[in-house]
Ligand binder design. Sequence first.
Ligand code: FA5
Length: 345
Amino acid sequence: MEQQLQQLKEEALKKIQDASDVKELNDVRVAYLGKKGPITDLLKGMGKLPAEERPKMGALVNVVRETVTEALESRMTLLEEAAIQAQLENESIDVTLPGRPAPAGNHHPLTRVVEEIEDFFISMGYEIAEGPEVEKDYYNFEALNLPKGHPARDMQDSFYISEDILLRTHTSPVQARTMEAKKGEAIKIICPGKVYRRDNDDATHSHQFTQIEGLVVGENIRMSDLKGTLDLFAKKMFGADREIRLRPSFFPFTEPSVEMDISCFKCGGAGCNVCKKTGWIEILGAGMVHPNVLKMAGYDPSVVTGFAFGMGPERIAMLKYGVEDIRHFYTNDIRFISQFNRTEA
Ligand code: FA5
């Protein structure tokens, strides 16, 4: 049996040495050390030997098994390294090939206009305020001098969630919320955000759109401050030679109230299709904060005054970029969006 073992060992070592790749070597391992292999068989047959021979033979079989295992492992390491080396030599990378460009997104034109407006007001010392889109009837209407049943509520058809909760119809509730929070301190904020109205969607109306509110409250804030601010804003957004004009209007939360028009940036005032032949384009609503609104928020209208304005950035973006339908902003057609080049702003 000793001789048989010796022969087995030599045979296995030769096959290990002859194996030329990992797969072949694995076959050798299974053939000699596997459950059905000769070494396992010898170990199983140990019981049939006379008791005094068992320890010696057992030790011999184990030595053979260890020798074969070690030879297998070191040959395996060699073959694996050779395989990696061969792969490295076969696969070459051409570093001179041009790279594949990663598709880069652009800023949405609406985002761009909102950011441009924000940048202007931040440069004038304004802070950005925010408020909830799901709003209380109180802040959306009542605190803005629009009690329940006020006919001017009809100007803004609303999505009600319950009797007292609705999707805000404008960003003006942030005026009331900010004044309440500031408790009599001076305020200089703008508030961009989404608003919702039960308007039928068409080329210039959407049931969900964006507004940017502005509010300045403090001692000695005058109508001329509002006018000067809006004039600078119009020149920044639409060109240095833009003129503005204020027309009387009505909002229950401002008194007096105005609509601001800018001189047409396309025809310069002569009349064209952009300004509907009038020479002027309507941009926003504004006014001096109504004393009742100041009072409801805890400010004393005999000490402080304020101005406020509200605009729709979609309409501004439409004018700026010559977009003929507001729905283009929301339908996510990549052909529309990708026209607005990142570097062009
Ligand atoms: C208001 O919403 C007032 N809160 C604005 C205001 C604020 C006045 C502060 C005074 C002081 P108005 O309903 O006019 O006003 O809406 C303001 C702007 O929102 C409009 O000029 C227009 O640009 C835009 N807008 C209104 N309805 C829609 C709509 N359905 N789709 C897109 N834009 C709209």
